[in-house]
Design a protein around this ligand. Structure first.
Ligand code: NAD
Ligand code: DAU
Length: 346
């Protein structure tokens, strides 16, 4: 198979490319990425010279470019990870989210239709379901939960999902969609909660917790997400949505406290800052469908996964320190203005 992976220089796409290139030497993996602030080819150093791997720089929303690429390469399958992925950035600048996440998906769908791609997989998110109340621990997102988005990010991802399902119904395109909970693990960009807290704790800097830190996320190690997508790509039923999650719900405060404990740093580093606008309260996935239909089971639970992840950040300081010293530092200054006012940075 020749598989197009879009967004393969990002966090999950990068982990997926590494997994697929090593797991399936007989397949060819073409990684298409625009190399936005979130794309990093350092992640792919270990596979860049492999004969079954190729990198192409380009924008999924560029119709002419995508058409030519599909014509030249004749892909068998497409896995679309490429997206603007950070909720906070979608609150300050929604336009690029609509362009990449919705228009980009439509451009990929058109090219997949025109050139007869045999399987199109859309990497979506549990955020399309909105949120659950904090006091109803009996509730979970299933594939039948109505879409009910909160942020420009989640609205753009839901728009993309609806387009994918429309291309299936209208044009009988062979599509699948996965909706995963929060990922963590190696190569995670340090603007997101877990890598932000690890990198700042290691530098003895204050840790900005939104609101009271009581919002709940359902954490899944990125390796388990990659395995699930591979299974859906090969054995998932066409036209179906699969939720992915491993029942690892934690409040944000619990996550930060765990990181501080593992790194032997004091809780006085925690600083409560202004809450995120429209902040979703709780995400929690019911993974019954993928477990029963595809026999998927996660390898990591949060306790084992977070230890492995922290060790990775300790062993790979150059990877994240390069990011922190670049363009990202300006984003941090603008995003966390009240952190600086009351800074406890040592
Ligand atoms: P990321 O921000 O780390 O990576 C996104 C990648 O897409 C980057 O390499 C970037 O350069 C590339 N990209 C952005 N715009 C592009 C464009 N127009 N054309 C081509 N490439 C472009 O994101 P991530 O966290 O790895 O998320 C990947 C996918 O998984 C996204 O679709 C996201 O919605 C979804 N998802 C993420 C999580 C999570 O917890 N991170 C959970 C569920 C689903
Ligand atoms: O659920 C899947 C989603 O998970 C993906 O679709 C998104 O692409 C991904 O970014 C992630 O979204 P979240 O908004 O849940 O992740 P983030 O790491 O930004 O925040 C996790 C929680 O931590 C959230 O409740 C907000 C909080 N937070 C985040 C940051 C960056 C803080 O308290 N402080 C922070 O500085």
């Amino acid at each position: 198979m020749k598989i197009l992976v879009t967004g393969g220089a990002g966090f999950i796409g990068g982990n997926f490319v590494l997994y697929m290139v090593n797991q399936y030497p007989e397949d060819t993996i073409v990684n298409l990425d625009a190399l936005t602030y979130a794309g990093n080819l350092e992640t792919l150093k270990s596979v860049e010279d492999k004969p079954n791997y190729k990198f192409v720089k380009g924008d999924i929303a560029d119709h002419a470019f995508i058409d030519q690429l599909f014509k030249d390469e004749q892909f068998d399958a497409v896995v679309n990870f490429a997206a603007e992925s950070h909720v906070d950035r979608s609150i300050t600048d929604p336009g690029i989210f609509v362009k990449t996440n919705i228009l980009g998906t439509q451009v990929l769908l058109d090219a997949s239709k025109k050139y007869g791609v045999k399987r199109y997989h859309q990497v979506s998110t549990d955020e399309v379901y909105g949120d659950l109340p904090l006091d109803r621990l009996d509730l979970f997102f299933t594939e039948e939960t109505p879409l009910h988005t909160s942020s420009p990010y989640s609205a753009s991802k839901a728009g993309a999902d609806l387009l994918v399902l429309a291309y299936h119904r209208t044009f009988q395109m062979p599509v699948t969609i996965s909706r995963c909970s929060n990922n963590y693990g190696p190569y995670h960009f340090p603007e997101k909660l877990i890598p932000l807290m690890i990198s700042r704790a290691l530098n003895d800097q204050s840790l900005p917790v939104y609101g009271k830190g009581e919002n709940v996320r359902d954490w899944l190690h990125v390796y388990d997400h990659c395995v699930a997508i591979d299974l859906i790509l090969r054995r998932g039923r066409i036209g179906e949505v699969y939720n992915i999650g491993g029942h690892n719900e934690r409040t944000n405060l619990e996550v930060v406290q765990t990181i501080l404990r593992e790194l032997n740093r004091p809780e006085t580093l925690i600083q409560y800052v202004t809450d995120r606008k429209g902040h979703d309260l709780r995400y929690a996935i019911d993974p019954t469908k993928i477990e029963t239909e595809l026999n998927w089971k996660p390898k990591y639970n949060f306790d084992t996964g977070i230890k492995q992840t922290i060790q990775w950040y300790l062993d790979n300081k150059a990877w994240w320190q390069n990011i922190l010293s670049g363009e990202y530092s300006h984003y941090f200054e603008n995003q966390y203005t009240d952190l600086h006012k009351k800074s406890t940075v040592r």
